[in-house]
Design a protein around this ligand. Structure first.
Ligand code: ZN
Length: 119
């Protein structure tokens, strides 16, 4: 049987204990959070978390290239439909295009982390 030594009081605790039996200090401070996102999106989502979940411009080539289709593919259907329809009004097309590239990551963050389909 393995033991974990408490960093606070040096008490030996059974390896599966979460808190020290002597002083109650948490033992596994390195327990990883359940990782829902990996790779690229984990990094961008982290950046948003670091600014308190506020909008921060990022650049996503996929959402820029595929625009509304990327939105629909990612399940952000409400904004996807808006971005699909708006360019037909004419002058808004360039705006929608840039918007997809700069705000795509954040919109995905809003949906997956904040559970918000809309702004
Ligand atoms: Zn302890």
């Amino acid at each position: 049987m393995q033991f974990i030594t408490c960093s606070e009081c040096s008490q030996s605790n059974p390896e599966n204990s979460l808190y020290c039996s002597n002083c109650g200090a948490p033992l596994n401070t390195t327990v990883p959070k359940p990782e829902k996102y990996t790779g690229y999106y984990a990094r961008v989502f982290n950046e948003f978390d670091n600014v308190g979940g506020e909008f921060k411009p990022t650049w996503n080539w996929w959402s820029l290239l595929f625009g509304p289709f990327w939105y629909l593919y990612k399940g952000i259907w409400l904004k996807g439909v808006i971005l699909l329809v708006l360019p037909f009004t004419g002058f808004l097309a360039p705006f929608c295009w840039i918007y997809s590239g700069v705000c795509g990551n954040y919109d995905l963050y809003l949906l997956q982390v904040k559970n918000k389909q809309f702004w």
